[in-house]
Design a protein around this ligand. Structure first.
Ligand code: UDX
Length: 487
């Protein structure tokens, strides 16, 4: 009887990630951290992603350690053969909304077997905040994009009010004003693409962002995957707007550190939706220290054949060894790339190694890796910082454009190749990153890496912020008698 009472008083957190590699990765890390704090966790995944996750990872056995954890799956409403790549991002968002709204309403009703105490939902699921508020269940928004970009988003209404947006003229290098803490730092070209459109209000991405920032103040709290020493000034600005902001990152380092202090050795923590090719590690094992540049454009970006060729020639001409991830769905416009890939693989023998998906965290931690040519996805950026690997940034969309500017101009740990795809520039930047600029960047990024490690250790700010978040959730324990929530 007593045990039953204890069971019902444990908060039950429903985690609802955007069904993408990067976001489900961050949310699974958070889920495990909450399980380690003895909270009940239900993780919602789309059927499509759940099957891929089960096929390519040990997620099932990993989470079996936590009896109070469960996966629940829903359909994303798309056909099995839908490509689900960045080019169809709008489809994913709108189709999922149709499926998720009724599902969430039912999950947050009082009559379910395990009443939900709190929802942690991706920032783009603005409707989760509305449903939670309607049902009296607090919703904590988790924005998995870079917090500095979130700060830019939060400033957009001010930019419009001040007449800065839409921008006048075509000077992409003009500095952007009215974004506190970023004055003199961001140029127009560093903003998400939709900010440059005259009719940005009709753009689907911009509409999603405006709904997202409107809901943040209506949420119970905000979780960000960053650490204070990395983004302190932007975090202060975000907190002036929304005080209950928990910076608890880098999440994978936070989790790794917590698991390391447990008596049992942690299971490997891959959340990959593709099969990881571990021959990449074997190939790295026989290369010399710091000699290889790792090339990956993340899980969503699509690239044209011409762009791939510019990178390929630039890399070969640099004479620097490279390990390159080319996802099976990397080609812009879709279609098979078998023949094309075969030629690339043949042509780089001895200097480059190409795989379709790599164990990225292991790759970046490898001593043979000296730098990272990246699309500046937020997870990739944090992973590179933690492993002390300087970057060349070739950003595509949303937060990547802001992040790459910060890598180059704010943290000074790499080069920004934004809006350029030219074999001579690639060659020069690779030579600079791995040669002339290597020591300067390495020293700076290793300092950031040390600060990241300190932040997740006992007494560190991310460590403390996570404890505050857990205490906050524990304080929200839902009373099962009348369905009310203490706030
Ligand atoms: C996207 C956006 O790019 C990013 O800007 C935004 O912050 C979140 O959504 P994605 O493009 O996938 O994410 O990039 P990123 O955030 O870097 O995430 C990619 C993840 O996949 C990383 O955790 C990385 O370790 C992993 N990965 C990538 C692999 O495990 N193997 C690979 O071969 C490539």
């Amino acid at each position: 009887m007593e045990h039953q009472q204890e069971e019902t008083s444990i908060p039950h957190v429903l985690i609802f990630p955007l069904p993408l590699q990067s976001t489900s990765n961050s949310m699974l890390q958070l889920a495990e951290l909450l399980c380690l704090a003895d909270l009940k966790v239900t993780f919602i995944n789309t059927n499509h992603n759940q099957q891929r996750l089960l096929r390519h990872t040990n997620v099932q056995s990993r989470f079996e350690q936590y009896p109070s954890f469960q996966f629940l799956t829903i359909s994303d409403g798309l056909s099995e053969d839908h490509p689900r790549s960045a080019e169809q991002f709008g489809d994913i968002i709108s189709s999922l909304q149709t499926m998720a709204e009724p599902f969430l309403k039912e999950m947050l009703s009082d009559v379910v077997e395990k009443p939900v105490t709190c929802v942690i939902a991706d920032g783009l699921f603005y409707y989760a905040v509305d449903i939670g508020n309607e049902k009296g269940v607090p919703v904590i928004t988790f924005d998995t994009i870079s917090p500095s970009c979130l700060w830019v988003y939060l400033c957009l209404p001010k930019l419009i009010e001040a007449g800065v947006l839409p921008f006048k003229g075509n000077d992409l290098d003009a500095l952007v004003t009215h974004i506190p803490a970023m004055e003199g730092l961001l140029r127009r070209r560093d903003l998400p693409h939709f900010c440059l459109l005259d009719d940005y209000k009709t753009d689907l991405n911009s509409q999603a962002v405006f709904k997202e920032i409107e809901r943040i103040p209506k949420a119970h709290g905000l979780i960000l995957n960053t650490f204070e020493d990395l983004e302190g000034p932007f975090l202060s600005c975000i907190r002036s707007y929304f005080p209950k902001t928990y910076a608890i990152g880098p999440l994978h380092l936070n989790l790794k550190t917590k698991l390391a202090v447990k008596a049992t050795p942690p299971l490997s923590s891959s959340n990959s939706l593709w099969e990881e090719d571990h021959t990449s590690i074997k190939w790295l094992d026989v290369q010399s220290k710091g000699s290889v540049i790792y090339v990956s454009f993340g899980s969503l970006a699509v690239v044209s054949r011409n762009e791939i060729l510019e990178f390929w020639h630039g890399l070969l001409n640099s004479k620097v060894k490279f390990l390159w991830v080319m996802r099976p769905n990397i080609l812009k416009g879709g279609g098979s790339h078998d023949e094309f890939m075969k030629e690339l693989v043949e042509g780089c023998k001895g200097i480059g190694y190409i795989v379709s998906w790599a164990p990225q965290k292991m790759v970046l931690a490898h001593q043979s890796i000296g730098g990272f040519l990246t699309h500046s996805g937020w997870n990739s950026t944090l992973e590179s910082i933690i492993e002390g690997k300087p970057m060349i940034c070739w950003p595509q969309y949303v937060d990547q454009r802001v992040t790459s500017r910060l890598v180059n101009e704010f943290w000074k740990v790499g080069l920004d190749m934004k809006d350029i795809c030219d074999r001579y520039v690639v060659e020069k930047m690779v030579k600079d990153l791995m040669g002339t600029k290597k020591d300067e960047y390495k020293k700076t990024i290793e300092k950031l890496s040390e600060l990241a490690i300190i932040s997740v250790q006992e007494g560190g700010l991310s460590y403390n912020n996570l404890n505050c978040l857990i205490d906050d959730i524990k304080g929200l324990t839902r009373s099962t008698e009348n369905g009310s929530v203490k706030m």
